[in-house]
Design a protein around this ligand. Structure first.
Ligand code: NAP
Ligand code: ZN
Length: 352
């Protein structure tokens, strides 16, 4: 065991502050990674503030962070896929039981015994797992991802959650070339959804409350933008979408978006608002529309996504910050005041 510097929150109302945490010495199958960048996902904020209490109560202190990119510094004797000096990524998962049908099917995120990167029982040290707002992390090599070497690392970090969470449902939908695809909410997830849908050949339409995001949306790869507060604009597109990805982090009217779908259209929720969202049966019945959800992605698909990003030169648009500005960043995230993901430069932790 060794001690690592980190930022943690002591309660749902405490700010994040400098702390030190235990990390296990790498076992035979582990890699130890020096963290270079960690993205700030809205899930970090939901978790720190215990907003998902009824589903996943937060255990304090919490060290959030599941958009991790770094460099391998040590490997266990049985590790074959990584060596010291390699780049490595870690997303929302650090372990699973490797045996259940979900693991066999490559969707480890649904394994009943999955270990999430933070706030999950820690099999090795007891207590809970601690995430990436830290100088290092130790994971089983089968949950470490290979990072393409041609990409900007600050912009790679958010791919490990925002990237895979949007890539996976878009790929699962099928061949979206030429299809009308909506992305609701132009935040961390939303802007990645736009990039992937565009790269895969869809006609991409952004729904946003924020009219002044228009130029950005077009630049990111959108073909059109709908200001969701403008009823006339919404009405014009009713019943025309093949697929809509909803990334909104707060309460909103889901039915307004279901009504945008054409026959057999699907709306997939990836946003995880704290409170339930009412759904109109009629919005689904007329047009045989469907509503579904999606949770991150499995490890093999995450690797596929990273390779796709390497080939297509895709990274997140990031604002790099030192860890000392993390609390301010959370307040700005709540106001949708970030273009489009904060990425923490972990070198800043050295001076904490
Ligand atoms: P984010 O950067 O804050 O983006 C969310 C966007 O939603 C905002 O930029 C805003 O877009 C829109 N929005 C926010 N409040 C709204 C409101 N009251 N009404 C309508 N629109 C609103 O957050 P994120 O990191 O992308 O995460 C989005 C959600 O996905 C969070 O709930 C997060 O926990 C969840 N998540 C889920 C998974 C999964 O596996 N399913 C993985 C990661 C994250 P505009 O300004 O353009 O309107
Ligand atoms: Zn996340």
């Amino acid at each position: 065991m060794y001690t690592a510097k980190a930022y943690s929150a002591a309660s749902a109302t405490s700010p994040l502050a400098a702390d030190s945490i235990p990390r296990r010495a790498p076992t035979d199958r582990d890699v130890q990674i020096e963290i270079l960048f960690c993205g700030i996902c809205h899930s970090d904020l939901h978790s720190v503030r215990d907003e998902w209490h009824s589903v996943m109560p937060t255990i304090y202190p919490i060290v959030p962070g599941h958009e991790i990119v770094g460099r391998v510094v040590k490997v266990g004797a049985a590790v074959t896929g990584f060596k010291p000096g390699d780049l490595a990524g870690v997303g929302c998962l650090v372990d699973s039981d490797h045996t259940c049908h979900h693991c066999q099917d490559g969707v480890e995120q649904f394994c009943q015994n999955a270990t999430f990167t933070y706030n999950s029982p820690d099999k090795h040290l007891g207590g809970v797992t601690y995430g990436g707002y830290s100088e290092s992390i130790v994971v089983d090599e089968s949950f470490a991802l290979h990072v393409p070497t041609n990409l900007n690392l600050a912009g790679v970090a958010p791919l490990l959650c925002a990237g895979i969470t949007t890539y996976s449902p878009i790929r699962r939908w099928g061949d979206i070339r030429g299809k009308k695809v909506g992305v609701v909410g132009l935040g961390g997830l939303g802007h990645m959804g736009v990039k992937f849908a565009h790269a895969l050949g869809a006609h991409v339409v952004v729904f946003t409350r924020t009219a002044n995001k228009k130029e950005d949306a077009l630049h990111l790869g959108a073909d059109e933008i709908i200001v969701s507060t403008n009823a006339a604009e919404m009405q014009q597109h009713a019943g025309t979408f093949d697929f809509i990805l909803d990334t909104v982090a707060a309460e909103h009217d889901l039915n307004a978006y279901i009504n945008m779908l054409g026959r057999d259209g699907n709306l997939t929720l990836v946003g995880a608002p704290e409170k339930p969202l009412p759904v109109s049966a009629f919005a689904l019945l007329f047009g045989r529309r469907s509503l579904s959800g999606s949770l991150i992605g499995g490890i093999a698909e995450t690797q596929e996504m990273l390779d796709f990003c390497g080939q297509h030169n895709i990274t997140a648009d990031v604002e790099v910050i030192p860890i000392q500005r993390v609390n301010e960043a959370y307040e700005r995230l709540l106001k949708s005041d970030v273009k489009y993901r904060f990425s923490i430069d972990m070198a800043s932790l050295k001076s904490s």
